[in-house]
Design a protein around this ligand. Structure first.
Ligand code: PRP
Length: 213
């Protein structure tokens, strides 16, 4: 592997597909990539960029440890994982909101202790602490909207994209916490040693985004 190769940790799924479509606009081709591929390491045709396809929640870890110089993942995950990395670019894709949701008649402020189910324990805890509300965080890994329905929690902290999951389960957004979109993050030491290569990739991504508009 050449010294100047860049390894990019990509969140599998929509972020991966979107990123590759941007890079292809700049003639960086990943011929081996298909949306249903089971391959975990994919080189671009010029062998300058190596993609590793990983679970979104693991992207910041690959980048912080230096296993990848670059990572592309949602801001929601970056906020939750709190890793020591640079955030270099907002790709403005995969937009969603991080919210507190629950039943329409939920009165969180009247509860001495709010039970919160979430995939995002750090974001939820930081938000409830800032509001001065005592909370009990219940960490789940999926189907978060179920928790209030079966009285496991009073509210949830989760992402909302189209709003369909909330609507179909009789829940509503109670409070917005932040908005999220796909971001490019970089390993700090990798950025120092491969500054030119990283900057060139960032420029390709910026130009590819403009070309895709
Ligand atoms: C996410 C999120 C919500 C849903 C929001 O779940 O946790 O449940 O998408 O999208 P919507 O507003 O468009 O309905 P995901 O699809 O990742 O599945 P999960 O429940 O297994 O986490």
């Amino acid at each position: 592997m050449s010294e100047k190769t860049i390894t990019i940790a990509l969140a599998k799924g929509r972020i991966a597909k979107h990123t590759l479509s941007i890079l292809e606009k700049m003639s960086i081709q990943f011929s081996e990539f298909t949306s249903d591929t089971r391959k975990l390491v994919i080189w671009d045709d010029s062998k300058k960029y190596r993609l590793i396809l990983v679970k979104a929640v693991d992207v910041p870890t690959y980048v912080e440890t230096g296993a990848a110089e670059i990572g592309i993942v949602g801001k929601d995950v970056i906020m939750e994982e709190k890793k020591d990395v640079y955030e270099l670019l907002d790709l403005e894709s995969s937009r969603c909101d991080v919210v507190v949701a629950g039943f329409p008649d939920e009165k969180m402020d009247e509860r001495p202790l709010v039970k919160v189910a979430t995939k995002y324990p750090n974001i939820a805890k930081d938000y409830f602490d800032k509001k001065g509300r005592a909370c009990d965080i219940i960490k789940l890994n999926g189907s978060i909207e179920l928790a209030p329905l079966i009285h496991m929690s009073h509210v949830i902290v989760d992402i909302v994209e189209t709003g369909t999951t909330l609507r179909e389960n009789g829940l509503v957004v109670l409070e917005g916490i932040t908005s999220s979109s796909a971001r490019v993050i970089a390993n700090k030491a990798g950025y120092a040693t491969k500054t030119e290569e990283v900057r060139q990739l960032i420029n390709y991504l910026k130009e590819g985004m403009e070309a895709a508009e």
